[in-house]
Design a protein around this ligand. Sequence first.
Ligand SMILES: Cc1cc2nc3c(=O)[nH]c(=O)nc-3n(C[C@H](O)[C@H](O)[C@H](O)COP(=O)(O)OP(=O)(O)OC[C@H]3O[C@@H](n4cnc5c(N)ncnc54)[C@H](O)[C@@H]3O)c2cc1C
Length: 439
Amino acid sequence: MRLEGWGRFPRYDARVSAPRSEKDIRDHLAAGTVIARGNGRAYGDSAINTGNTLSMRHFNRMLAFDPETGQLTVEAGVLLADVIKAFLPRGRFPSVTPGTKFVTIGGMIAADVHGKNHHKHGSFGSFVDWIDVLGADGEIERCSRNERLDLFEWTVGGMGLTGVILRAAFRLRPVATGWIKQNMIPAPDLDAAMEAFEKAQDATYSVAWIDCLSTGSALGRSLVMLGEHAELIDLPADKRSAPYTIPNKRKRSVPFDVPSFALNSMTVRAFNALYYRNGARNAGDSLVDWDSYFYPLDAILGWNRIYGRKGFAQFQCALPLNSSKAGLQELLRATSKAGQGFLGVLKRFGAQDSRFSFPMEGYTLTLDFPINRKTLALMDQLDRITIEHGGRFYLAKDSRMTAETLRQSDSRTQKFVQMRDASGSRTRFASEQSKRLEL
Ligand SMILES: Cc1cc2nc3c(=O)[nH]c(=O)nc-3n(C[C@H](O)[C@H](O)[C@H](O)COP(=O)(O)OP(=O)(O)OC[C@H]3O[C@@H](n4cnc5c(N)ncnc54)[C@H](O)[C@@H]3O)c2cc1C
């Protein structure tokens, strides 16, 4: 079948299997190279193997929950949305969540996803207690911080290339309500945005919408959004009797591919100016429900169609703290000069020491680009700027970088490949991304 990631680029004709048991997975493995696929929310080709892509959708049972510790044990194909649906009414919420709830737990571990609280709590892997991995030899190994540490550390952030994650246990955090106290801080330029992040190190959540097309003294103007889980006392009286219930929202959807001329630098600049002004008007504190706060884009089904038929790519880099400002300025100047780019997101990362996960202490910038000749050339330029400033790229978003770019940006790559050779996983697990990147 036709298979693509969330960015709808690149597209492949691929064989897709949907195993129902461990034996099924072993049979597929014996017949050739495979890659596991969760819910296909990675942007590029990391969950596609044209020869055999293993959809994990049948591994969708929740297995155990410990109300004392908040530890939840699930099969890897369970959706985060279903975890929230089942456990928020019991006062538990994911300890780390990406910007969409339509991801599987297997996909969250394989990409070691980060959320708006990375500066404070690290990535999803910090809350994973153990993982069952079906490896190259068809054996299932339980790995954790106490057993098979090497397999555990390579699997968290290993993009499915160490084996198939079957089950995992991870901790949910206690929350008193389903609401977030949000504080919106308008930042007229990049300096002000970074200052707001640095001052907000104690905030549980922080993230910024950044205008990637503003120039001159407004370069990098942003709306920085801080958040805390609301306590019962923070809710208006009428909401206290059902603190986890939020208003039902009507889902909207994008019914067709938006023509590519609709998103040009003029329309985007106008939209960004309006969005910033509107945000600045609403500066200060407000109470926001969990769905709107963490997953604003999930409210528009199929929003990936607004970039047109050719699809889009998301550029996401992380820059070390000491070169973040210079790197971000250069990336933003190049983007606004080219007049390309749509949604921009800026986030402060905390320190993280891991084998192959993406985050590093510093800043991460995310920019969306419709696919065309100009934006592909621009993204190559952004790659070079990132490398010059000691940064690296997020494999869950990548759909186009070269093997050389990866090696120049991430010195851990060679060790990852050595581990793959030594464990035999290189001949058993491969995605179109791992082939492109020679992983
Ligand atoms: C709107 C949107 C917002 C996002 N925001 C963020 C964000 O804030 N932070 C962030 O970190 N990410 C973010 N992402 C990226 C997303 O969280 C990751 O790509 C995640 O891996 C997707 O999970 P999935 O289940 O869809 O996995 P897929 O896209 O299907 O697969 C992703 C990778 O995981 C591997 N994988 C999946 N299941 C298994 C398994 N059972 N065993 C072994 N490997 C497996 C695949 O092989 C592949 O390499 C966002 C994506 C979208 C679309």
